[in-house]
Ligand binder design. Sequence first.
Ligand SMILES: Cc1ncc(COP(=O)(O)O)c(C=O)c1O
Length: 396
Amino acid sequence: MQIAQRLNTITEPQTIKMAKLSRELKAKGINVIDLSLGEPDFRTPEHINEAAIKAINDGFTKYTPVAGIADLLEAISIKLKRDNNLDYSKEEIIVSTGAKQSLANAILSIVDPGDEVIIPTPYWVTYSSLVLFAGGIPKFIPCGVKDDFKLTPELLEQNITSKSKLFIFSSPCNPTGSVYSKKELEGLVSVFKRYPQIVIISDEIYEYINFIGHHESIAQFTELRDRVVVINGMSKGFAMTGWRLGYMAAPKVLVQACEKLQAQFTSGANSITQKASITALLSSLDATKKMTEAFKERRDFIIGALKKMPGVITNMPGGAFYAFPEISSFYGKSDGTTTITNDEEFSMYLLNKANVATVCGCAFGASGCIRISYAASLDQLKLAMERMGAALSELK
Ligand SMILES: Cc1ncc(COP(=O)(O)O)c(C=O)c1O
């Protein structure tokens, strides 16, 4: 069978590839510690599970409106006001099968072939795949560890052209954990104000996993109100990755376009998940706060351990659950059998030598680094760091 050419722009994410490799090693009986995946290791809180069970028992198992049930749109509107002081009506919100689908809807609805899309790197790999799928041209702006991997207003402005249509970023960021402050966002906004043709997608899926205080959304700057697209969802903050619910808050014209697309692609999100999400969003956030405290403890441990490893340079992630150390000082070094020449080989060395699965930075547009997910127990993380330290000390 001949597969359509449009699929050629899509490659298998390195994250999935690494998870596959570590599963294969595990199947051979090797005790691999898998730090490659972006998934909270906690159970979904019970009150959310109970709401889903009630929805099933109540027979709430039929098609729903494409954009989502009214009560959920209302709950999201309340959440955006309560947590972010943002005013979005129900007509300016649409729910989808995960934030990934919200992003796909938005990018396919905004980007025409030939449009340039500015993406600061390191970035979440799906952004560039979706842009390419839409026929757009990703314009990557490298941001380094010394700037906490954040984009400066100067760099942003230097990379804007007459073809720039869209800007995509995440804060807290996957893969770097960097969190933009209000002041840093203000700097970017001052540039965007001069380029009214640029739409901004702000991926805030890690909003609640924030260790440095209040989450700041770029949507709070009213000057940009008619061209900011807020993406969020249930996966990370509520440990609901498998439930598949994401949402978008944006100008009505974009919400309507996404609804049109979604009506043909999926008919909308799962009915049971929608009911459970209302409970999640409107109940106490205690369970979310507890998970965030656990992530913070792990962040402190893992960054402390990485800083003790000679040759490893790291930022201090302010959120999400990833460390993104720079490891290029190991290039050219060997344990006598394997010589490391790039980040992919470094990651494979850790997998084979230390049995610790990570993801190479090149998967996020940032060669020279690796991503370590700390969505694993402290005991597992301690063992992983011991093994990693020992494997690195053999590289001469
Ligand atoms: C930055 C970022 N955005 C969006 C998503 C997608 O989340 P969802 O599970 O809601 O599709 C992820 C998941 O890894 C992510 O890391």
